[in-house]
Design a protein around this ligand. Structure first.
Ligand SMILES: [Zn+2]
Length: 330
């Protein structure tokens, strides 16, 4: 059944209110233990809030009305920061419950909990709120590693699917190296959640059109959600593959985003000593890129304005409201 109300960090919204939606962007992200790194740049909350406000304003000016931040609960998620940002900026922000993949998340606590208890934890965050904040998760985040789904990840994906089934919230995934998307669909649908309630995230990290197409053919949304991150594939490849998927008749399964981050907590990845270094390596990586560069090229490549509207407005709404999943069941 389609969800009638959607939980945002500042309360509930109706599906029609969502408008232009970026389905996979971040405000804060930090690997577990980031706050123990005394050598890392300090987190200056006020400065970061000001930067995030500027970012939201830029997006509001481009007509974006909803910003989904699927930060896993163990990667520096701060729902109070998101709620404050949403209140001050006027951007609707949706946060998620669900933990990250085994290699880079907090594995110890959840490793010892049975799937039933993890499901209950996720349900608690969706129905009652995160901690004592009262801020409810509006989606579930699931994550799998490269090529192989570990037992730990299977347990967490199963818990996420069960929580999504019970509440009707959508599932937003992380995949590594554009692999295991079909495993995610298998696990999610195996729990009785239609594939149309899942976006297989980071599916754009490959040149392989047929991988993307096979996900869409099974009814899942295909996340072309790392525009601007040219270390995996170039944006030219992403644009070509979006066009191919649309030509194959799957425009209604395409979602665009950047996986951008306003502030990386601690030090990001081994190849960058700080977030500024990383941004220097990825000059296009900014959540306005789709509007400035990608959409004009999609229009040149043959998509119509109505296709763009479908991708930016209708598809996120159909995913988040559960309408796409309901079609699968009809
Ligand atoms: Zn992400």
């Amino acid at each position: 059944m389609a969800t009638q109300t959607i939980q945002t960090t500042t309360g509930s919204a109706s599906p029609d209110e969502l408008g232009r939606t970026l389905i996979h962007e971040h405000v804060l992200v930090g690997f577990p233990g980031w706050d123990l790194d005394a050598k890392a740049p300090r987190f200056k909350r006020d400065e970061v809030m000001a930067r995030a406000m500027d970012r939201m304003q830029e997006l509001l000016d481009l007509g974006v009305a909803t910003f989904v931040d699927p930060c896993p609960m163990d990667l520096g998620r701060d729902v109070e920061f998101l709620a404050e940002l949403s209140q001050k900026s006027g951007m609707r922000i949706i946060c998620t419950t669900g933990a990250y993949m085994e290699a880079e998340g907090i594995t110890h606590t959840f490793r010892h909990l049975p799937v039933e208890e993890i499901t209950e934890i996720y349900l608690e965050e969706i129905t009652r709120g995160v901690g004592d904040t009262g801020i409810k998760a509006g989606a579930v985040k699931i994550a799998t590693g490269s090529r192989i789904v570990s037992e730990y990840e299977k347990k967490l994906v199963t818990a996420g699917a069960r929580a999504a089934k019970e509440t009707g919230v959508p599932i937003i995934s992380h995949t590594q190296d554009a692999s295991c998307g079909h495993d995610q669909i298998d696990l999610v649908t195996g729990e009785g959640v239609p594939a149309g309630r899942l976006v297989v995230g980071h599916s754009d990290g490959t040149e392989d059109h047929w991988y993307q197409r096979s996900l869409a053919e099974r009814g899942a949304f295909v996340g072309f959600d790392r525009f601007g991150i040219s270390i995996f594939v170039s944006d030219e490849v992403r644009i070509r593959n979006v066009l191919r998927l649309a030509e194959a008749g799957h425009t209604e399964r395409i979602l665009l985003s950047h996986d951008s981050i306003v502030c990386w907590l601690g030090r990001p990845v081994p190849f960058a000593s700080c977030y500024e270094d990383m941004l220097e390596m990825l000059p296009d990586w900014h959540p306005t890129l789709i509007f400035r560069k990608v959409i004009p090229q999609l229009l040149e490549g043959g998509l119509g304005k109505d296709d763009i509207e479908m991708i930016l407005v209708d598809n996120p709404r159909r995913l988040i409201s559960g309408a796409a999943g309901a079609e699968d069941l009809a």
